[in-house]
Design a protein around this ligand. Structure first.
Ligand code: BG6
Length: 490
């Protein structure tokens, strides 16, 4: 069903995110018939543009997007483009001047509106204050007013709390949609479907049967043109309190009583709050040095543009977390994420315990094939189960085998940007896939001890790893100490 009519206002509408992701996602929604005729886009930005120029830019971006097969069509659908382009307006204006908001108030009138903050984080507070002062956040006669906030939501626990307080000074919690684009990924949403729509996973999903969990978000890209931003951020802030904590919460939370937004978010917060306070020996920070990827030489982080030659910013982080509750006590969750690693791969691997004793004379229990269930998030999307089987032949010999469910083989749905569901959900008022204030704060709380050590460099050593490798050897030692090892990054 199409979402109700709405003016979709994008602050930062001339920027990269809008062209690369938001407009393609809106195009896909239009193709799927999920937008009402009363839908329109207002892009607000500083740049010297006009509506016509912006439309032309959107057209180019969409053509590129379709060529990348971001949609089920192979060419840009003209009927959809005709429908969409007349609905795009550009407003050149400052995010901090009343004039911008007066214009918007006139344009939006009494209708529904989504305000998407695709801007640098320092503007989140001022924009919401201004929306409030101009009356744009008031919901009258059944119309809704919602604000989507991009990341980074805060810089640490204190600033995240302050930002929440500031936004909640103007908006009600139910009007705030804090985005984590990982929650828009089909395979991340599938974690809940897998766990809670099947009978055979959940009975095993606990400390009696699970030995440990590995969550990996490995990237091959470096910091690209984002050196300045990344220098003040680092891998920990960039990926852990948000994306990795969401993956952890989806994997470890209790079954919610319903799929109601608050029921799901209550469970996520509970499990994030149960993360045991981190100790320095459970964290490894690394930074890439020069190396090679796909046969081509790659420079080290300190040689990237806008990066200090003595930079101590981490581009890799690995950590061991313990969750203090009845389901997970004693089951470590190992997390790792980094740039310029050997492969691009995001996955969650559930390592089950061995069979209780070795029935097979020649195969000691520790040599049995580990039972692992891997939820592949990207680039491949699916689930693999690894287990032992008898190798055909007259003698009993065991070998490891894999059973694989591949999304692309089973479902013919066109690929997506990951923003379609999130935008549609916001327009229809479903906040399940967005982070509530307490979710965000719980993610920051979990990593805050590490941020505190980083302020005292002697307590937060920085290891190095060659670009194109699997990460610092110290990260291997983190698991080896527990008699475990990471799944290979190949
Ligand atoms: C973003 C980070 O939030 O997520 C980037 O700022 C990172 O540094 C990106 O590259 C990873 O997202 P994805 O969807 O490519 O895994």
């Amino acid at each position: 069903r199409p979402a109700p009519p709405c003016t979709f206002v994008v602050f930062g509408g001339g920027g990269d995110l809008t062209k690369r992701l938001l407009v393609p996602a809106i195009y896909n929604l239009a193709c799927a018939g999920l937008l009402d005729d009363g839908f329109s886009i207002v892009a607000v930005d500083w740049a010297e543009l006009s509506s016509d120029i912006l439309r032309a830019q959107f057209h180019d971006a969409l053509q590129e997007f379709v060529a990348r097969r971001g949609t089920s069509a192979t060419v840009l659908r003209d009927d959809i483009w005709q429908w969409l382009h007349t609905r795009v307006t550009y407003l050149r204006g400052s995010f901090e001047e009343a004039e911008t908001y007066d214009w918007l108030a006139q344009r939006v009138g009494g209708g529904n509106a989504v305000f998407y903050l695709a801007v640098a984080a320092r503007f989140f507070g001022p924009i919401v204050d201004n929306l409030g002062t101009s009356g744009l956040t008031e919901e009258a006669d059944g119309a809704y007013r919602r604000v989507i906030v991009e990341k980074p939501f805060g810089h640490d626990l204190k600033s995240a709390r302050e930002l929440n307080t500031r936004l909640l000074g103007t908006l009600r919690e139910r009007q705030i949609y804090r985005i984590d684009h990982y929650l828009g990924k089909e395979t991340v949403q599938n974690i809940m479907a897998l766990r809670f729509s099947n009978g055979f996973f959940e009975p095993l999903w606990n400390r009696q049967n699970i030995d440990h969990v590995q969550i990996t978000a490995a990237e091959t890209v470096g910091v690209e043109k984002r050196g300045r931003f990344y220098e003040g951020t680092g891998a920990l802030r960039d990926m852990v309190p948000n994306h990795l904590m969401q993956l952890l919460a989806m994997t470890a939370m209790e079954a919610p009583v319903s799929f109601d937004a608050d029921a799901v978010r209550d469970e996520k917060s509970k499990v994030l709050k149960a993360i045991h306070s981190l100790m320095p020996e459970d964290v490894v920070r690394g930074q890439y040095t020069a190396g090679a990827l796909a046969g081509a030489p790659v420079r080290g982080y300190r040689d990237e543009p806008d990066v200090a030659p003595e930079s101590r910013t981490e581009t890799y982080v690995a950590m061991k977390l313990n969750i203090d509750n009845w389901r997970w006590a004693g089951v470590p969750f190992y997390l790792r994420t980094g740039k310029r690693l050997a492969v691009r791969k995001t996955e969650i691997a559930i390592h089950f315990r061995h069979a209780p004793y070795a029935l097979f004379r020649d195969t000691p229990v520790e040599r049995l094939t580990p039972n692992i269930m891997i939820m592949h998030i990207q680039p491949t999307e699916g689930v693999t189960m690894q287990f032992g089987a008898k190798i055909p032949g007259p003698t009993v010999r065991l070998g490891g085998v894999r059973m694989k469910f591949d999304y692309s083989e089973w479902f013919s749905e066109g690929p997506s940007t990951g923003y379609e569901t999130l935008i549609y959900d916001c327009m229809t008022g479903d906040a399940t896939l967005f982070q509530r204030a307490d979710n965000i704060e719980a993610g920051w709380r979990a990593v805050q001890p590490v941020l505190d050590w980083c302020d005292r460099p002697e307590e937060a050593p920085l290891c190095s790893y060659a670009a194109g490798s699997a990460g610092p050897v110290e990260a291997d030692a983190l698991l080896a100490r527990d008699g475990r090892h990471w799944l290979g990054l190949t």
